[in-house]
Design a protein around this ligand. Structure first.
Ligand SMILES: Nc1nc2c(c(=O)[nH]1)N[C@@H](CN(C=O)c1ccc(C(=O)N[C@@H](CCC(=O)O)C(=O)O)cc1)CN2
Length: 289
């Protein structure tokens, strides 16, 4: 079997066309959406992601505000940068790029973001709204990668209702929120969340109609684990001497029905839906005004 490729780049381009029109409409109403980013340290991966986010802003006409801080900043200095973006009227939505250096408390940083400007949907209030089925509305943003995964599955008509989804990885940006998203009544999937404490990963994965691999372990999901015809979404990424490597081994392509590759799958949509969240935060502010 040769899997159908879920093309993240082509899908991102479609999302951008829609966003450009909405940004122009907002500008006609006197609102200029602006994305802020806070990047701490010099991790090459994080630097590349943040650079990409600002390039994307230029493509759809969103202003961008960039705060790059050294790896050894104090909690007080990080808090000051967050407070500045909370107070900046030109910044309608922003993110703190993760991971932060070990000496900084990620949860405390996320909690300090103004929930109305939380473009990642990772503030505890917004994650709480996801639990209560309120996220993804004018109330609050949905986390970007889960939103991208759902969009790709829908676009390529991968059946979600009633599907058994196995998520590998329990991180805050993907593993935990994707389970909440796919078990909403509108999606109605059954989700198993696997992690390093899972006893028999292969047995869990083999029952899945949809596998979402977000562990950051190169080649963790192998062909022998995957049910023939299943959809496999490769989200985890590791930077190795051979370049970027996903969680899904190459042989999976011969067994799966659909594969979202890495790179070229969900990553570009993570960035696209960050901008969608910024536009939607600005649209919501317009309605409130
Ligand atoms: N505050 C956040 N931090 C992090 C998030 C997040 O959603 N919010 N997710 C990841 C990193 N990430 C976004 O920040 C991200 C990952 C991947 C891509 C992407 O476009 N990948 C490309 C390959 C890019 C390359 O060559 O380096 C692809 O998959 O084709 C964009 C953003 C952790 N941190």
């Amino acid at each position: 079997m040769s899997a159908v490729v879920l093309d993240g780049k082509a899908t991102r381009d479609e999302v951008f066309v829609d966003l450009k029109t909405r940004v122009e409409k907002l500008r006609d109403s006197g609102i200029a959406p602006g994305l802020g980013t806070i990047l701490v340290g010099d991790d090459p991966g994080s630097q590349a992601y943040v650079r990409g986010k600002h390039n994307d802003c230029a493509k759809v006409g969103i202003a961008s505000i960039r705060k790059d801080l050294p790896a050894d900043i104090t909690t007080e200095q990080l808090n000051a940068a967050i407070d500045e973006l909370n107070a900046d009227p030109g910044c309608t939505g922003y993110i703190v790029q993760l991971p932060l250096p070990k000496h900084l408390d990620e949860n405390a940083a996320l909690e300090r973001i103004d929930p109305d400007k939380d473009a990642d949907g990772l503030h505890p209030i917004n994650l709480g709204r996801l639990v209560l089925d309120g996220a993804g509305t004018s109330q609050s943003a949905l986390p970007c990668t889960p939103r991208g995964i759902l969009h790709l599955l829908r676009k390529y008509d991968v059946p979600i209702k009633g599907a058994h989804v196995v998520v590998v990885g329990r991180g805050v940006t993907v593993g935990r929120p994707i389970g909440l998203l796919l078990t909403r009544r509108t999606e109605n999937a059954t989700v198993t969340l696997c992690h390093t404490g899972t006893r028999d990963l292969a047995a869990e994965v083999s029952r899945a109609d949809i596998v979402i691999a977000a562990a950051g372990v190169p080649g963790l999901v192998t062909a022998d684990m995957v049910k023939p015809g299943a959809a496999v979404i490769d989200v985890g990424v590791s930077r190795t001497a051979d370049g970027l490597v996903g969680d899904v081994a190459k042989g999976v392509w011969d067994v799966a029905g659909h594969v979202s590759p890495n790179p070229g799958g969900v990553g570009p949509l993570t960035r696209a839906f960050l901008l969608a969240n910024v536009v939607e935060r600005a649209e919501a502010a317009l309605v409130r005004a």
